[in-house]
Design a protein around this ligand. Structure first.
Ligand code: FUB
Ligand code: ZN
Length: 619
C-alpha cells in the first residue's frame, strides 16, 4: 500500500506531510485508555538495554546525588528536626519525589527489596518533614515558614504535585500508603487555604493540576478534581504573579488569558506541557470542550510553528521556552529534556481524545530523539539542553544544580510501556513498535498481546494476540506518518485494510493470528519550513522515527565543509561504533564517506562538533 501523501519537509515539522485536520466538532471525551506499563513486559533489542541501564546506572546516580553529593535528602532530615540549613535550590524537593516515582516504576518492572527499603527510608524522612498542618516544603520549613505561600513562583505547588505523583506511583507499586497520606495531607492543606471563596493562587510552575487528577483517580475523592479544575480556571484573570522579580510577564507563566482561550504557545516550555496535560486530564473528566478546542489550536501552534525536527521544543535559554514562531536556532536551541518528555505526556493525551495517529507521530518523534538524547548510552550522564548543533563544548553531565532533567529521565524511562497500546470500547490500539508481551483483561478474560520487532532499525513488526474466547474489538495498528509504503499480512497471507486516522483497522482477526506489518524505512532528506531561517539551504536526515546527525569524530577531516548533494544516495550500514546503535547511515560525497548516527546517541564519544541540519550543495 502506498500512502497518498508525500513526505514533505519539516522543521516546525509537517510529519509525513499530513495535513492537520481540525478537531472542531470532534467528540471531546477521552475515547482511549492507556494500557498501563505494569501490564507490559518489554523485551526489545533497542529499549531493554536502556531499561537495564536505568536500573543499574540512572537510579543509582540519582540516589547518590540525592543522598551524598547534594543536600536534597539532608534537607528533609533537617526539616523533620526543625534545625539546620536548607541547601540547594528552592524546588530541589521535587527531584527527590521524581526519583522516588522512578524507583516506584522500577519496582513494578523489577521487584527489588533493597531498592524498596531505600525508598521506604526516604519516605520516612519525607513524612517526618511534614508540618502538623500538612504543609511540606523543606525550603520554607528551613528558611522561614512565615514566608510560605507568599510568592507564586516559588514552586510550592510544583513540589506538591511531584510529591503526589510519587505517592500515587509508590502506592501502586507497593500498596504502601505512607507517602500517599503525606500527599493527601498536603493537598488538603492547600485546599484549606486556596479555592472558591478562599485565596486566589496561580502556581507559577504547573504540575499540581495533573497530579491532583491522579490523586482523584486514586482516592476517588472528587474534591481533588475540583481543585485541579479551579486552579486551571484561576489563570488569566490577573490573580497570578505580576513579574515580581521584574523579569517575567504573565505569558511566561501561561497566565495572560484564561486557559480555555489560549491559541498560541508562549513562555516556559515545560510549564506549558504540564499545563496542557492538566487541561487534557480535567477536560476528559469534566467534558470541557473549550479546553479541547484550545488544545487543538495549541497543538497546531507547537507542532507546525515551534517544534524542532527532534521533537524538542523551546528555542530560548532566556525563558527556557518560546520566542517567535519559526525561530528555531540550532546551536542555541534549548530543547530541555523535560520539555520533550512533556511532549510525550501531552501527545498521548491528545491521541486518547481522538484516536488520531498524528499525535503518536509527535510523541514518537519526541521520545526517540529529543527525550532519549537526555541520557547517555551508559545511563549515568544527562543532557538538560539538547541543541541540534554543537561546536564541541556541550556535554552531558553527571548531574545539574537544577536537576529536573535527570530526575525526569529517572521516572520517564521505566514507564515507556505506557505508550505502546491503547484500549477503547471498540478497539485495541497499537501505537508504538517495541518488543513486548502484554497481558490485559478484556471482557473478563485474559488477553495476551505480543510484539516482536527490530524497530527502529527496521520496519518489520510481528504481532499476535491470544485469548481463549473471541475478543469483540477491532485491532488498530498505527501507520506512522513517516511511512510511505507498507504491506500487511496475516498468517503469511497478504491483506489490505482500510486506514482510519492513520491506523489500519483489522476487524476480522482471531486469537493466534500472526499479523506482520512491514514498513519501508528509507532514508529521507528533510527540509525545514521556508520560514525557519536558521535551516535555510539545509537538510536533515531521518530514517523511521530517528533523526540523525553528523558528529565530527566520524567525519574528519573537513567537517566544516560538508555539504550534501540533493541527489545524495544513502546506505544503511550495520555498525558497532556505539553500544546499542545497530545501524548508521552513510552517504558518499566526493570521495568522502559521511557517517550519520542517531541524534539520541551523540556525545557518547570524543568531544567534538555535531550538527543535525547539513548544508545542501545544490550545484
Ligand atoms: O522550575 C522547575 C524546572 O527547572 C523547570 O521545569 C525547568 O525548566 C527548570 O527551570
Ligand atoms: Zn528539566
Amino acid at each position: 500500500m502506498i500512502k497518498q501523501y508525500l513526505l514533505l519537509s519539516i522543521a516546525s515539522l509537517i510529519i509525513g506531510g499530513c495535513s492537520v485536520p481540525k478537531q472542531e466538532g470532534a467528540a471531546p471525551l477521552k475515547m482511549i485508555n492507556q494500557v498501563d506499563f505494569s501490564h507490559v513486559k518489554i523485551q526489545d533489542s533497542f529499549w531493554s538495554p536502556r531499561l537495564e541501564k536505568h536500573t543499574s546506572a540512572t537510579l543509582p546516580v540519582c540516589i547518590d546525588q540525592i543522598e551524598n553529593q547534594t543536600g536534597r535528602m539532608q534537607n528533609f532530615i533537617n526539616a523533620s528536626k526543625g534545625e539546620g540549613k536548607h541547601s540547594g535550590i528552592f524546588f530541589d524537593d521535587s527531584d527527590v519525589y521524581k526519583a522516588l516515582e522512578g524507583i516506584a516504576y522500577s519496582l513494578i518492572n523489577n521487584p527489588d527489596p533493597e531498592l524498596e527499603r531505600k525508598a521506604d527510608e526516604w519516605i520516612g524522612h519525607i513524612a517526618s518533614a511534614q508540618q502538623p498542618d500538612g504543609y511540606i516544603n523543606t525550603y520554607y520549613t528551613l528558611t522561614g515558614l512565615e514566608k510560605r505561600w507568599t510568592n507564586m513562583d516559588m514552586h510550592e505547588m510544583y513540589c506538591a504535585g511531584h510529591l503526589i505523583e510519587a505517592a500515587v506511583a509508590y502506592y501502586q507499586a507497593t500498596g504502601k500508603r505512607t507517602l500517599l497520606d503525606v500527599g493527601i495531607k498536603m493537598a488538603n492543606h492547600m485546599m484549606s487555604i486556596f479555592g472558591p471563596g478562599k485565596r486566589d493562587w496561580v502556581p507559577g510552575h504547573e504540575e499540581i493540576e495533573l497530579a491532583l487528577v491522579k490523586l482523584y483517580q486514586t482516592t476517588k475523592e472528587e474534591e481533588y478534581l475540583d481543585f485541579a479544575h479551579w486552579l486551571l480556571e484561576e489563570r488569566g484573570h490577573g490573580h497570578g504573579s505580576k513579574g515580581d522579580d521584574g523579569v517575567w510577564d504573565p505569558a511566561y507563566y501561561q497566565d495572560e488569558i484564561p486557559v480555555r482561550d489560549l491559541e498560541s504557545i508562549s513562555g516556559h516550555a515545560v510549564r506549558c506541557m504540564y499545563l496542557y496535560c492538566g487541561m487534557a486530564d480535567v477536560a476528559a473528566l469534566r467534558h470541557d470542550t473549550a479546553y479541547i478546542s484550545a488544545m487543538n489550536k495549541l497543538w497546531d501552534d507547537v507542532v507546525l510553528r515551534n517544534m524542532y525536527v527532534t521533537g524538542g521544543i523551546g528555542s530560548s535559554k532566556h525563558n527556557e521556552g518560546f520566542t517567535e514562531d519559526y525561530d528555531l536556532p540550532n546551536l542555541e536551541a534549548y530543547c530541555e529534556t523535560c520539555a520533550s518528555v512533556g511532549m510525550v505526556y501531552w501527545n498521548q493525551r491528545m491521541n486518547q481524545f481522538t484516536g488520531d495517529s498524528k499525535y503518536i507521530d509527535v510523541l514518537e518523534r519526541s521520545m526517540y530523539n529529543g527525550a532519549l538524547a537526555g541520557v547517555s548510552l551508559s545511563g549515568d550522564r544527562f543532557f538538560y539542553v539538547n541543541p541540534l548543533e554543537s561546536h564541541g563544548d556541550h556535554h552531558r553531565k553527571a548531574w545539574y544544580g537544577c536537576a529536573c532533567c535527570p530526575s525526569q529521565i529517572s521516572r520517564f524511562l521505566p514507564s515507556i510501556g505506557n505508550y505502546i497500546y491503547g484500549l477503547s470500547n471498540n478497539s485495541i490500539w497499537v501505537n508504538l513498535f517495541i518488543g513486548n508481551t502484554t497481558e490485559i483483561s478484556i471482557d473478563n478474560q485474559k488477553v495476551t498481546l505480543k510484539e516482536e520487532t527490530n524497530y527502529p532499525w527496521d520496519g518489520t513488526v510481528n504481532l499476535s494476540i491470544n485469548a481463549e474466547r473471541p475478543v469483540n474489538k477491532d485491532l488498530r495498528i498505527r501507520i506512522p506518518g513517516w511511512c510511505r509504503k507498507y504491506s500487511l499480512s496475516i498468517n503469511g497471507e497478504s491483506k489490505s485494510f482500510d486506514e482510519e486516522n492513520g491506523y489500519v483497522v483489522i476487524s476480522d482477526w482471531e486469537s493466534g493470528d500472526r499479523i506482520s506489518l512491514n514498513m519501508d524505512m528509507p532514508v529521507e532528506l528533510v527540509s525545514a519550513d521556508h520560514r525557519v531561517k536558521q535551516d535555510d539551504g539545509k537538510r536533515a536526515i531521518q530514517r523511521g522515527p530517528l533523526v540523525y546527525c553528523l558528529e565530527e569524530t566520524d567525519n574528519k577531516p573537513d567537517y566544516n565543509k560538508i555539504a550534501l548533494k540533493g541527489n545524495a544516495t544513502f546506505e544503511i550500514v550495520n555498525s558497532e561504533i556505539l553500544p546499542g546503535v545497530a545501524k548508521v547511515v552513510q552517504a558518499k560525497e566526493g570521495g568522502k564517506t559521511l557517517t550519520f548516527i542517531p541524534y539520541y546517541a551523540w556525545d557518547n564519544r570524543d568531544a567534538g562538533n555535531m550538527k543535525v541540519w547539513i548544508d545542501l550543495d545544490d550545484n
